[in-house]
Design a protein around this ligand. Structure first.
Ligand SMILES: CCCCCCCCCCCCCCCCCCCC(=O)SCCNC(=O)CCNC(=O)[C@H](O)C(C)(C)COP(=O)(O)OP(=O)(O)OC[C@H]1O[C@@H](n2cnc3c(N)ncnc32)[C@H](O)[C@@H]1OP(=O)(O)O
Ligand SMILES: Cc1cc2nc3c(=O)[nH]c(=O)nc-3n(C[C@H](O)[C@H](O)[C@H](O)COP(=O)(O)OP(=O)(O)OC[C@H]3O[C@@H](n4cnc5c(N)ncnc54)[C@H](O)[C@@H]3O)c2cc1C
Length: 664
């Protein structure tokens, strides 16, 4: 419905070109036009409507998801959508489903770890969805510790087959999405055994269900693992349990890019490093970083629009009350989240570039930056998902009581998003990987090995250990070199201090375990430095559009200075800045909030989210919150009847009982 724009007065205050910012947010004009077209296509198709999904029972919810996935596939074929367009369409359908794992992990695993012949055989089937795949790595007993997986794949030279087996209860595959009820195939990770010898964990393509009647292959037990956190939310996904009782697959169904098993059962290593077996996780972590900004931007868009609509206190002479967005406390909670959404967008863009670069290098047998790619994807996945999950919850609080209503869209968003802190690597486990990488880098400094890429600053460690922050006024905090140096010095000093503490232990592994909580803090500092530095790099690009660069500068400094404030202990204890300089940073932060304030609504409009995608009464584009919230309440099934079911059984007798007691 085209009606009154309750946020028009806000939009009139805008000081920059919102259309130009939309393109910056999308990454390019092409990406903007394509995503915009797909968002509108989905929003205008009644088959994709989302209303009432949270009220469905598990079976109805799941069937509804299957219907939407089938309809999406039909539209993709009818409209001859490209792979990129199809990806956007699925994104805007906005419902986790087996297709996420099929396209997001099964296909990439075959592409990354399969030989040319394996790709030629399996990819066409997967692209046409003649088979549906999932990614079965985690087991009941082990997830983080991949080398601890128990499923076995034993080569039988007599039949030229692998025998896939679950030897224990804890070896049951547990969690894989799409596995429970849909997938016909899976990449199954199992311990390879040939000629009685173990050769570590590898991936195998295993058929799970008949392509005729969908029944499990004999010897396979398979089902759903049960309801998960939240109503609706991730319960659209059939996360599964799977056990194998001596299932036989042909030898050529082991993914053999890293290691080949010959007809005789001999293992022949290729020239690619063993870690490439983990390559699918690197790919997915990179996409999770890009998705973090999308989810965070959704929550921030809802909280910002609602904060401009909501008024509490402050009325003088019967005038309007204050918009809650004008309270400094609201701004100091909300605007850093808005800045984080932009910061994560740009670091996600950069990580995508890094991943593409690594992939090209791997193809040319250059494996030199694989450790850095692993550390960056692991660390940034951890940093951005933790921050986003926390931010969604903060946005709920920023919306007061109404934020707790499902109609706000925030409870469902939180429930869907929060497992991102666990899947694809528990966030603490991933930070420990970053710490290992950082400690290794520091330990090699003495041997003259020059750190490159995101750790290049550690090559200037002597300077960074001594430098003094050059801030005398609040304005000095708006110099990129000053901000960058403060973050580099903090991270370098934390890394060196941890490395010195580690060196006191005789056994490095004991030291690593004992100091792990401190090490994780150093990893966080390093990852925050990456985000800040990539945001600063973005500002150096030629960004067209009136006032756009100015807004991005403000957001960049809000992101950095808010971190400085939040992690002040690190900055002060490592001597990177003085208390006086910290106080000046706070003064600057308050000034930046005032500058962002008139542009806040336009900055969330630049995300270009449709009301369908946002799924929030509080975040509506037109700001018409109250009538719609009122309308929404009446849709609740409890309001189907004035007198509730159960009145005669439970309420009425109780009331009568009280009446009788009163008479006694
Ligand atoms: C309102 C409604 C909203 C609706 C929204 C709807 C939107 C829908 C969106 C939702 C869709 C989301 C879809 C997502 C689907 C979820 C998918 C989840 C899938 C999974 O979880 S799959 C399982 C993932 N599992 C893990 O990540 C396990 C974590 N563990 C590991 O990664 C490793 O094994 C670990 C911890 C690194 C192992 O450590 P360790 O045993 O010490 O290491 P190794 O001995 O194995 O290796 C040592 C050596 O290798 C290096 N290394 C480790 N990993 C890698 C790697 N990945 N790449 C390169 N190198 C690696 C390591 O650094 C060591 O190097 P050295 O040089 O030190 O030897
Ligand atoms: C919604 C969802 C979808 C998923 N989808 C898939 C899928 O499609 N395919 C798949 O294979 N898997 C999937 N998983 C599984 C997921 O990848 C694992 O749950 C995840 O990797 C964490 O492993 P874990 O469960 O073993 O946690 P654990 O490792 O048991 O973690 C428990 C606690 O121990 C801590 N911890 C563990 N190891 C260490 C250590 N070395 N040092 C310090 N602390 C440690 C962790 O920080 C955590 O606090 C999914 C999980 C979820 C929640």
């Amino acid at each position: 419905m085209k009606g009154v724009d309750h946020l028009a007065h806000e939009r009139n205050k805008t000081e920059f070109d919102v259309d130009a910012m939309k393109i910056v947010w999308a990454g390019s004009r092409h990406a903007f036009e394509l995503s915009d077209r797909m968002a509108r296509l989905v929003a205008s198709d009644p088959a994709f409507q989302k209303d009432g999904r949270i009220r469905l029972g598990r079976k109805e919810l799941f069937k509804n998801t299957l219907r939407k996935a089938a309809h999406a596939w039909k539209r993709i074929l009818e409209l001859h959508l490209t792979e990129e367009e199809a990806g956007w369409l699925r994104n805007f359908v906005d419902e986790p489903s087996f297709t996420d794992l099929h396209w997001g992990m099964f296909v990439p695993a075959i592409k990354g770890q399969g030989t040319d012949e394996q790709q030629q055989k399996w990819l066409p089937l997967a692209y046409k969805m003649q088979i549906i795949g999932s990614y079965a790595q985690t087991e009941l007993g082990h997830g983080s510790n991949v080398q601890g997986l128990e499923t076995t794949a034993t080569f039988d030279p007599e039949t030229d087959e692998f025998v896939i087996h679950s030897p224990t209860l804890t070896s049951s595959k547990w969690w894989p999405g799409g596995l429970g009820k849909v997938s016909t195939h899976a990449i199954v990770y199992a311990r390879l055994i040939t000629n009685g010898q173990e050769h570590g964990v590898h991936g195998f393509i295993v058929q799970l269900r008949s392509l005729d009647d969908h029944m499990p292959i004999p010897g396979i037990t398979i089902g759903d693992i049960g309801m998960k956190f939240g109503n609706g939310a991730y319960n659209t996904m059939d996360n599964g349990v799977l056990t194998f009782d001596h299932i036989r697959i042909p030898r050529n169904q082991m993914l053999m890019r890293v290691l080949q098993v010959t007809r005789e059962g001999k293992c022949v290593k290729s020239n690619v490093p063993r870690q490439l077996i983990y390559g699918t996780m690197v790919f997915v972590r990179q996409t999770i970083v890009a998705d973090a900004s999308t989810a965070l931007a959704r929550a921030v868009c809802i909280a910002t629009r609602y904060s401009a609509v909501r008024r509490q206190f402050g009325s003088q002479d019967g005038g309007m009350e204050t918009q809650v967005i004008d309270y400094k406390t609201q701004q100091s909670r909300l605007f850093p989240l808005l800045a984080s959404a932009y910061a994560f967008r740009f670091v996600g863009e950069w990580l995508k570039w890094l991943y593409t670069d690594v992939t090209q290098r791997l193809q040319a047998n250059d494996f030199s930056i694989l450790p850095e790619a692993h550390a960056c994807t692991a660390g940034l996945k951890s940093l951005t998902t933790t921050a986003t999950a926390d931010a969604i919850e903060e946005c709920r609080k920023l919306c007061g009581g109404h934020g707790y209503l499902c109609a706000s869209g925030l409870p469902e968003l939180f429930a869907v998003y929060v497992p991102a802190c666990t899947y694809e690597g528990d966030n603490v486990v991933l930070l420990l990987q970053v710490a290992r990488f950082l400690m290794k880098t520091v330990s090699q400094l003495g041997s003259g090995k020059k750190p490159v890429g995101t750790t290049a600053y550690l090559g200037r460690v002597q300077d960074l250990l001594q430098c003094c922050c050059d801030v005398q006024t609040a304005e000095d905090w708006l110099k990129p070199s000053v901000v960058l140096e403060a973050f580099e010095a903090r991270s370098a000093r934390m890394c060196v201090a941890r490395a010195q503490n580690l060196s006191k232990f005789e056994n490095p592994e004991d030291g690593f375990a004992e100091l792990s909580a401190d090490l994780v803090e150093a990893s966080v500092a390093h990852c925050q430095l990456i985000v800040v530095s990539k945001f600063i790099d973005k500002l150096q690009q030629d960004i067209p559009g009136k006032g756009v660069n100015r807004q991005l500068q403000n957001l960049c400094y809000i992101y950095a200075l808010n971190l400085l404030h939040k992690y002040l202990g690190d900055f002060l204890s490592t001597g990177c800045i003085t208390p006086k300089q910290a106080s000046l940073a706070n003064d600057q932060l308050r000034s930046l909030y005032s500058q962002i304030r008139p542009n806040a609504i336009a900055l969330v409009d630049a995300f270009n989210y449709t009301d369908h995608y946002l799924g929030s009464v509080l975040g509506r584009y037109d700001g018409n919150v109250y009538p719609k919230l009122y309308e929404e309440a009446w849709k609740d099934p409890l309001n189907d009847s004035v007198v509730p079911d159960g009145y005669h059984e439970y309420i009425h007798p109780m009331l009568k009982q009280q009446l009788r007691n009163a008479r006694l």
